[in-house]
Design a protein around this ligand. Sequence first.
Ligand code: SF4
Length: 127
Amino acid sequence: MELRPHHGMCFQFYEGKGYSEDFTDHMGRVITQLRKDPSQKIRLIVATDVVCANCPNNEGGICNSLEKVKRYDEEVLKACDLVEGDEISFAKFTQLVRSEIIEKGLRSSICGDCSWDYICRPKEKEL
Ligand code: SF4
């Protein structure tokens, strides 16, 4: 499965809200599938991924917030000492996002200008 690096952060705090019902249903299924088998490998890509597939902001394979989400992706890769194209287990990636970003208090410096920040902000303190 291919995944945008910043979606590793979205997954941490996902609570069923999103851009459309189709998008949230699909994202919920992706998360369930990954959590069922956390040892499965994901390939990190800075491009539209499995989550973007059902997003109304995905315009012909390109996110209409391209500059912003690309910046998020690149900052997540850098913080986790990973590069685009790396293949890593979902469990390891989730653990890196937690230890290298969330627990270090870096989340808001990476994606604090996201429209869903109000969901993640109160929850990051509970992890
Ligand atoms: S907003 Fe952009 S990066 Fe986020 S899921 Fe939609 S298409 Fe993908």
